[in-house]
Design a protein around this ligand. Structure first.
Ligand SMILES: [Zn+2]
Length: 171
């Protein structure tokens, strides 16, 4: 999430600083694939899917989201864009190309077997062992901390304003 925010923030500042982006949409988009897939694939339909990368982690989902959000307004397309960045950061295309390009390579999603029932344990342990995850998490936290300081979101009134309108204003 932090990395996605950093990429969007950099683009926003450098390319179109006058576009009044709603950063709540960036946060939502960057979490949406997991919000959709983890409960379905790991909890509700665990036996059927055995995977936390299903519909929300397909390129098709992000593209549809991008088109829908863009059709409402250019500034909303950040929702689809952030969701696409999530898939890239997850590395779905490398680890599960069948899911990324679904349904072009077949209708079935691959299964994660034993991982599924223990996904919370695996996710927590990967925080300690996987260097790629460690680096991206630290980078993400650094960016979020920077934005909190830069836009003074530690001041209650600024934070409330951000929650209400999603804008990062310079103070
Ligand atoms: Zn994910």
């Amino acid at each position: 999430m932090g990395l996605t925010i950093a990429i969007v923030y950099t683009f926003h500042r450098m390319r179109s600083p006058r576009l009044d982006l709603d950063y709540r949409l960036v946060i939502l988009g960057s979490l949406l694939p997991d919000i959709i897939d983890k409960p379905i694939g790991y909890v509700i339909f665990q036996k059927y899917y055995e995977n936390g990368w299903i519909y929300g982690h397909t390129l098709l989902f992000s593209v549809v989201l991008l088109i829908l959000s863009y059709s409402i307004a250019t500034k909303y397309s950040v929702l689809g864009f952030s969701s696409l960045l999530h898939l890239i950061e997850d590395g779905v295309v490398t680890y599960m190309p069948g899911t990324f390009f679904w349904p072009l390579l077949g209708w079935n999603f691959s299964k994660n077997g034993e991982f599924t029932s223990k996904w919370i344990e695996y996710t927590i342990s990967s925080l300690y062992t996987d260097h790629y995850i460690q680096i991206t998490e630290v980078a993400g936290l650094t960016v979020i901390s920077y934005l909190i300081l830069r836009h003074r979101l530690y001041v209650k009134s600024n934070l409330i304003a951000f929650i209400k309108n999603g804008k990062l204003i310079d103070k």
